[in-house]
Design a protein around this ligand. Structure first.
Ligand code: PGA
Length: 241
């Protein structure tokens, strides 16, 4: 049985104070949220510890936005897997298109981060997706298959979430047509040895679209950027159907 996972990705938004204010508004909306879905918030590193304390007893699972592959060492600016698990973090984003685009993140690094995260007990949310140019050139399938092949060797499929995020749909308001997202996610699933890996869609997910997205048979949840910053919007997404 595949788990439905609704995850917010705050990117570089919200101070600790902003995060606390968000939760005050957001948490009451979870009172009647069905148990069939996991609710995750991937928040900036500075807020992880204070927010972890205030989430005690809530059903929100905490996610980080990056993790290093080494246990410790001379890696200025990085965060180790144990630093995250110690403060109650359960999930971590890896391979998001922004670090791939702006920080030179490679499939090899994504693979190493995923393996190290799992070793420490974290669940990686491995992001992949094609650019507009690749889509226009008919390269979507090849790119996706290559990202899966390079990102997954040695990764435990029993403790993994994949997020299909077409790069041209991220932060642009241009959502991928749901049947097309469903098709590509089906393609990703066909490349995996374990049929139970949850695969999310991400890219301009808005409250008005969530039911249609979640009705698709291959789609097991969403990774939400902009709309996860607004308590009411994210609440509507979490409470789909
Ligand atoms: P968006 O971001 O919902 O703002 O398009 C999605 C993401 O980057 O994960």
């Amino acid at each position: 049985m595949r788990q439905n996972i609704i995850a917010g990705n705050w990117k570089m938004h919200k101070t600790v104070r902003d995060a606390s204010e968000f939760l005050q508004e957001f948490l009451p909306h979870l009172e009647h949220t069905p148990e069939d879905r996991e609710v995750v918030l991937c928040i900036p590193a500075t807020s992880l510890w204070p927010i972890s304390k205030s989430l005690h007893g809530s059903r929100i699972r905490l996610g980080a936005q990056n993790v290093h592959w080494a246990e410790e060492g001379a890696f200025t600016g990085e965060i180790s897997p144990a630093m995250l698990t110690e403060i109650g973090v359960r999930y971590v984003l890896v391979g998001h298109s922004e670090p791939r685009q702006y920080c030179g993140e490679t499939d090899e690094a994504v693979n190493k981060r995923s393996i190290a995260a799992q070793k420490a007990g974290l669940t990686p949310i491995l992001c992949l997706g094609e650019t507009k140019e690749q889509r226009d050139n008919g390269e979507t399938e090849d790119i996706i298959i290559s990202q899966v092949e390079q990102g997954l060797p040695g990764v435990d499929l029993a403790n993994l979430v994949i997020a299909y995020e077409p790069i041209w749909a991220i932060g642009t308001g241009e959502t991928c047509e749901v049947h097309e997202a469903n098709r590509v996610i089906g393609l990703i699933r066909s490349q995996l040895d374990n049929p139970d890996v949850p695969i999310q869609y991400g890219g301009s997910v808005k409250p008005a679209l969530i039911n249609e997205i979640m009705e698709q048979p291959e789609i097991d949840g969403v990774l939400v950027g902009g709309a996860s910053l607004v308590p009411e919007d994210f609440a509507k997404i979490v409470n789909y159907f």
